[in-house]
Ligand binder design. Structure first.
Ligand code: MRU
Length: 352
């Protein structure tokens, strides 16, 4: 199978990311609760992929509906949407995709139940196909920010495991790699769930990119030694002011980048923007189980069993630390407040 999620012959399959890099195991998602758990337990993860997968999960859920009472069907459908919304709170792509499915269903209430089920599947497939295209547009738009020989630091996983295409920040990096062949990537471990060490390192090696792994606490020293030319990260939610939520540890890098005068770039599709929020402090931040910090991958205990733990999965990077945001609709430069709204409305730059 190819791709982090695959829909074929009526079945939804996903590459179980909790098993990587040691095992490449595809699993079939046959029930709604399996889909919910796959998202919650990070078997599938990454903001855009969560949205695409959730859209398919709605279909997996409604497929099971029996009967011909439309009122009951709509009740059932709304419950599915609300259930999936509860799986993870931070990446806005989840809510965006579910809203899109809900809008299309309520715009077609005249259809019969079978027709509505087909409509949901068709919309999920469209969201999937569009996500692939968004990735290549981000790569095209961002590649000129990278020069031959650049040494780039990245965080978490933003590649083909986090999206339906080649990724967000990693898609830009893959494109630059195909162009120059000589760029070098530092990826940090991204404790506690090691998306950098397990997933990005695996992806980058597969793609033939020169990658060096560091632990999270090595980034400052690396920058002090002038070993980093640029930083590229993704985003789980970007507000209209340009503040963003991304994997815990992103803010550390942004502050360090500012101090060391290293450009800090964010790559995200417009589906990751939440224009209902202005300031980053209003983004809901997921807090995860203490066992993720007390153990390595819920397997090896590394702390006293009862130590208190604080485990926020994301942090907020204020827009003032960001040099530019690469989107599928072009690069957004400061001032973000006005430029984000202009790009979101589909308008060109002033004078264009
Ligand atoms: O908790 P995760 O692994 O889903 O977090 C993923 C990230 O933080 C990514 O950087 C983000 O989704 C943006 S790029 C796809």
């Amino acid at each position: 199978m190819k791709g982090s999620i695959v829909f074929k012959k009526g079945g939804l399959y996903y590459l179980d990311q909790t098993k990587l890099p040691l095992n490449e195991t595809y699993k079939e998602c046959t029930t709604l609760s399996q889909g919910y758990r796959a998202i919650k337990e990070l078997k599938i993860r990454g903001a855009p992929l969560i949205g695409v997968f959730a859209a398919y999960c709605v279909y997996i859920g409604v497929k099971k509906f029996k009967g011909d009472k439309k009122v009951k069907f709509f009740n059932y459908f709304d419950k599915i949407i609300n259930y999936l919304k509860d799986s993870r709170p931070t990446a806005v792509n989840l809510f965006w995709a579910l809203q899109r499915i809900q809008t299309i269903v309520y715009a077609n209430t005249a259809k019969n139940i079978d027709g509505l089920k087909k409509l949901i599947l068709r919309e999920a497939k469209m969201i999937h196909a569009e996500d692939i295209r968004l990735c290549s547009r981000m790569a095209d738009n961002g590649v000129n920010l990278i020069k031959s020989g650049d040494r780039i630091l990245t965080h978490c996983n933003t590649g083909f495991l986090a999206t339906s295409g080649e990724g967000t920040a990693l898609a830009v990096i893959y494109k630059a790699h195909r162009l120059y062949k000589n760029i070098r990537i530092y990826v940090d471990e991204t404790r506690p769930l090691l998306q950098g060490a397990r997933l990005s390192a695996w992806e980058l090696i597969k793609k033939g990119v020169d990658v060096t792994l560091i632990t999270d606490n090595m980034a400052a020293y690396l920058m002090q030694q002038k070993k980093v030319d640029k930083i590229f990260v993704g985003a789980d939610r970007i507000t209209s002011f340009g503040d963003l939520a991304n994997k815990i540890g992103t803010y550390n890098l942004a502050v360090l980048a500012e101090h060391h005068k290293i450009p800090f770039y964010v790559v995200a599709p417009l589906t990751s923007f939440d224009l209902t929020l202005e300031e980053g402090k209003n983004i809901p931040i997921e807090e995860r189980n203490a066992s993720e910090v007390r153990t390595v991958l819920n397997k090896v205990q590394i702390t006293p069993r009862k130590v208190k733990v604080y485990n926020p999965a994301f942090d907020i990077t204020p827009h003032r630390y960001i040099r530019a945001i690469v989107t599928d609709k072009g690069i957004i430069n400061p001032p973000f407040r006005e430029n984000i709204l202009r790009v979101a409305r589909g308008e060109g730059r002033k004078g264009e």
